[in-house]
Design a protein around this ligand. Structure first.
Ligand SMILES: O=C(O)CCC(=O)C(=O)O
Length: 122
């Protein structure tokens, strides 16, 4: 079954989803995601909770990465030339503006969640 915002002509199959949990002091080092068989299928990731600094480098490790903020609700798609690029989340930035009333926001003020959707097979 397809997904409403992924055109069927792309032939994308969302076969796996990883949830990355970040406490306020956690990070993930520079890496590439190459264990999937089809490197033409994009990585789609949706973020919730606290803001992260995201570093996007190049295919080679020696490329100086571009830093950017990823806020709650942002979607990052690594496709085409960026699909196999090095990337990292070196820091979570607690964001005071995120605090709104309610239990959900209280919980999410202490973490960042990243839902990473992947096509694993050809
Ligand atoms: O948390 C993120 O935005 C990136 C996660 C990531 O790099 C991964 O799951 O490989």
């Amino acid at each position: 079954m397809g997904h409403p915002w992924i055109p069927p002509q792309l032939g994308y199959k969302a076969e796996a989803a990883i949830v990355n949990y970040y406490s306020l002091d956690s990070s993930i080092g520079g890496h590439t995601d190459h264990s999937e068989k089809n490197h033409d299928a994009p990585l789609i990731s949706v973020s919730f909770g606290q803001t992260a600094i995201f570093l996007l480098g190049g295919i080679e490790k020696n490329v100086v990465p571009t830093p950017m903020f990823i806020h709650s609700g942002d979607i990052v798609i690594m496709s085409g030339p960026t699909r196999l690029c090095y990337h990292a989340v070196p820091k979570i930035i607690p964001n005071a503006e995120f605090a709104v009333d309610g239990r959900w926001s209280t919980i999410m003020s202490k973490m960042r969640l990243n839902l990473n959707v992947r096509q694993v097979n050809l």
